[in-house]
Design a protein around this ligand. Structure first.
Ligand code: HEC
Ligand code: HEC
Length: 347
């Protein structure tokens, strides 16, 4: 599994002036504000995304780090028994998902959640479905020790890397020092930041190419922002407000199957609330939802049309929609038109 480099041009400057490149720019600034200590790095970003992505000041993106992070992302030596890599679950050909209901780590151990796509996570404000990680640097080491993921120890991964001449040399080039836990996190986070999806027919349509969408897809866009109320949560260049909502997916006959955001905040209204996922590349990332419980986009639309699943503290923006059959078809056609191109790594 060696996808080719798609060529994200990375400007190596660690700070850049924020100009106003895209209509959604205001929101990206909000993200930058959430990230706090951050500097912007200029990318050759795909159409539809904000030109400026927040990058922590301490970890500017460099070509060396991206190449190294990419190599590690595919390296099964990050797992105890050398069978599993990040890319085992986050499969590039599937927009960095795995097609399974629930992720399976070393020796087929089942986790509790569906593998999410990694596209455009550089624009994210928090990580995991419950937002328990505040930065990519914090997130990327956790799968190494997850029992149902790589089931290994960070210190032992680091010593494996220190024993490898190629990694030694590459870390030395990137940092002037041998691999350690911190630089391991930096390179993996940098690689994840480089995974960008955009340039879909929807983006071309919004830029002014009226023929980029069929009449049905364009109808779907109108329903998405209108009668369907989808953009109440799936909003901005990445079709996510980066907030947490209870849509009812985790509730079965009045019982909560996954606490979601509640396990982080302890707030009642967060029982069964999950981070709004991006909808980019959505036609390639089935099955859907944090538990993979919805298999197709048609079923997703049925789910929203009936007003989600019954649960206490259902989000105010989830309610029966009364969509006609042709409106449902148009909405699905629109979702499929969010498929564009995915870039990762550098050259
Ligand atoms: C066993 C499959 C599996 C492996 C291996 C795995 N992941 Fe994941 N990844 C998941 C699942 C499942 C989630 C969601 C977990 C949750 O929300 O609790 C996730 C979440 C993430 C997220 C957060 C995405 C978001 O939108 O919040 C990032 C980033 C990520 N993984 C990167 C990595 C990296 C880097 C590695 C390797 C060091 C890795 N993953 C290894 C399954 C896996
Ligand atoms: C109240 C906020 C909200 C509204 C309104 C909303 N969504 Fe969602 N959407 C979410 C959340 C949160 C999830 C994740 C739920 C989970 O994983 O349990 C989600 C998940 C999805 C997914 C699955 C994504 C994935 O990667 O698994 C799709 C597709 C989707 N929504 C489409 C839509 C469409 C189409 C509409 C309008 C008809 C809509 N959403 C309206 C918040 C919302």
């Amino acid at each position: 599994m060696t996808p080719r480099f798609m060529g994200v041009a990375v400007a190596l400057a660690s700070s850049a002036i924020l100009v106003n490149p895209a209509p959604w720019h205001v929101e990206a600034q909000a993200v930058a504000a959430v990230v706090g200590q951050s500097a912007s790095v200029r990318h050759d970003v795909p159409l539809g995304l904000d030109l400026y992505m927040p990058v922590p000041e301490g970890n500017p993106m460099t070509a060396e780090k991206l190449a190294l992070g990419r190599q590690l992302f595919f390296d099964t030596r990050l797992s105890a028994d050398r069978t599993t890599a990040c890319a085992t679950c986050h499969v590039p050909e599937r927009a960095f998902t795995d097609g399974k209901l629930i992720a399976e780590g070393v020796r087929g151990r089942k986790g509790t959640r569906n593998t999410p796509t990694l596209v455009n996570r550089g624009y994210g404000a928090s990580y995991f479905f419950d937002g328990r990680a505040g930065s990519l640097e914090e997130q990327v080491l956790q799968p190494i020790e997850g029992e149902a993921e790589l089931a290994y120890e960070i210190a032992l991964v680091v010593s494996r890397l220190q024993q490898d001449d190629d990694y030694q040399r590459a870390f030395d080039r990137a940092f002037g020092s041998p691999p350690d836990a911190e630089t391991l996190a930096w390179v993996l986070a940098s690689y994840v930041r480089s995974i960008l999806a955009g340039d879909s027919p929807v983006d071309r349509f919004r830029r002014g190419d009226r023929r980029a969408l069929s009449l049905e897809e364009a109808d779907g866009l109108r329903i998405f922002v209108g009668k369907g109320n989808c953009s109440a949560c799936h909003v901005g260049p990445n079709f996510s407000d980066e907030e947490f909502h209870n849509t009812g997916v985790a509730w079965r006959e009045g019982r909560l199957t996954d606490p979601g955001r509640f396990s982080v905040t302890g707030l009642d209204e967060h029982r069964g609330a999950f981070k709004t996922p991006t909808l980019r590349e959505i036609s390639r990332t089935a099955p859907y939802m944090h538990d993979g419980s919805i298999g197709t986009l048609e079923e997703v639309v049925e789910f929203y049309d009936r007003g989600g699943d019954p649960s206490p503290s259902l989000d105010n923006d989830i309610r029966p929609l009364g969509l006609e059959a042709d409106e449902k078809r148009a909405l699905v056609a629109f979702l499929r038109a969010l498929t564009g191109s995915v870039r990762e790594g550098t050259r």
